[in-house]
Design a protein around this ligand. Structure first.
Ligand code: KG4
Ligand code: ZN
Length: 368
């Protein structure tokens, strides 16, 4: 089965092709909801992938401008598709299944990918499947290693901070989510306060690696409760208050192109901020593990742009080592938005017998 993946939910226009055979006996087991180990799941192959990022365009405005994003997707999607076919030697008629990210995301941006997917499905008779963009982020691990279920998944991106129980590729149970800012959003807003370039997560990360964590400099957000949700807006306010009491942090601010790494106070603030976010997500995951039935969870997945963060990776690795669980993280290029994850997720779900009709709709807020 050859599956085309289409991703246009935010500011990346991307298409990819994934090919492989699915063992039909797994479909039967999955339908009977038997506990199956996807360790034995057959792997296919990513045979091509193209991506155009609009990051530079939106950086001019300090954040993604939805209208501009839609226009860029519209301008580029056809050209990228042609390039993908040219690069791989595949013809439109060879495609068996078209998988498109249907949400969550920006409505206008999603609709460009959806319209393209439907038109192609209509023109080629390929089957169509809409996949959840966040679930695809977590399943992206399967592009590089065998999937393991049941598992816990932490999705930390610019728009979301979700904890899931993942029972199978098609059964994700949301256990907790952010009540306000997403983790990546908190990184970006704090970077903005510090005059760092947008998106600021990676800058705060690298400054933090040079700094020292100062205990109690910043609060550990939203831990004094027994739910699995997150709230990062208080942490952002704490940084803002700290900056207003320490204005020298800003007078020593960074050049856009050159990262000044000698500002010890700034590095310490960055380290403390990274520590607060990483501690909170790790602690909530640990609580999720303890709440789920003992011994049932076989792995922990981490995905989304903030999965690139060195503190989050280190803290989660310590946690999973403590509980002797494997930690599955896609490589960096698969952590950020891409179409390989959409093609792979569609291939998995399509192989399990799931399809949609041409009346499929975008779901900007994200349910399947
Ligand atoms: O998943 P993603 O590429 O886009 C979506 O939100 O869908 O995530 C982007 C987010 C941005 O907020 C960016 O600042 C953050 O990921 N990010 C990081 C790091 N690299 C990217 N945050 C913290 N540390 C990093 N190293
Ligand atoms: Zn994403």
């Amino acid at each position: 089965m050859l599956c085309l993946g289409i991703e246009s939910s935010c500011d990346e226009t991307a298409l990819a092709l994934y090919q492989g055979d699915i063992d039909k006996s797994l479909l039967e087991k999955d339908l009977k909801s038997e506990k199956i180990s996807y360790r034995e799941f057959p792997q296919g192959k990513l045979i091509g992938s193209v991506l155009a990022s609009q990051a530079e365009l939106h950086a001019l405005f300090g954040g993604v401008v939805p209208e501009l994003a839609s226009r860029e997707h519209y301008r580029l999607i056809g050209k990228l598709y042609d390039k993908l076919l040219y690069d791989t030697g595949v013809k439109s008629q060879d495609i068996d299944l078209i998988s498109v990210a249907r949400g969550p995301g920006l409505l206008g941006a999603l609709l460009i990918g959806m319209a393209f997917a439907k038109a192609l499905a209509l023109g080629t008779n390929a089957k169509l499947i809409g996949v959840n963009h966040l679930e695809a982020h977590l399943l992206a691990c399967g592009l590089e290693q065998k999937l393991i279920f049941p598992a816990l998944g932490l999705l930390v991106s610019g728009g979301h901070t979700h904890i899931y129980r993942m029972n199978s590729p098609r059964e994700f149970i949301l256990l907790g989510k952010t009540l306000d800012d997403a983790a990546g959003e908190a990184f970006d807003k704090v970077s903005k306060l510090l005059n760092l370039p947008y998106p600021g997560g990676k800058w705060l990360d690298s400054l933090g690696q040079r700094g020292e964590i100062i205990p109690k400099l910043l609060p550990l957000p939203y831990l004094n409760n027994d739910n699995l949700n997150f709230s990062f807006s208080g942490l952002k306010t704490a940084v803002s208050m700290y900056i207003s009491k320490n204005p020298q942090l800003l007078t020593l601010s960074l050049e856009q192109e050159q990262l000044n790494t000698d500002n010890i106070e700034l590095n310490n603030l960055a380290a403390s901020f990274n520590h607060a976010v990483a501690t909170t997500v790790t602690e909530k995951l640990k609580r999720a593990l303890l709440k789920e039935k003992k011994g049932e969870i076989k792995a922990v997945y981490l995905a989304g742009g903030v999965a690139a963060n060195s503190f989050v990776r280190k803290y989660l690795l310590n946690f999973t080592n403590e509980f002797k669980l494997p930690l599955l993280i896609p490589s960096l290029k698969l952590c950020t938005d891409n179409a390989a994850m959409v093609a792979y997720t569609g291939w998995l779900l399509g192989g399990l017998g799931l399809h949609h009709s041409l009346s499929l709709n975008a779901v900007p807020k994200g349910q399947n």
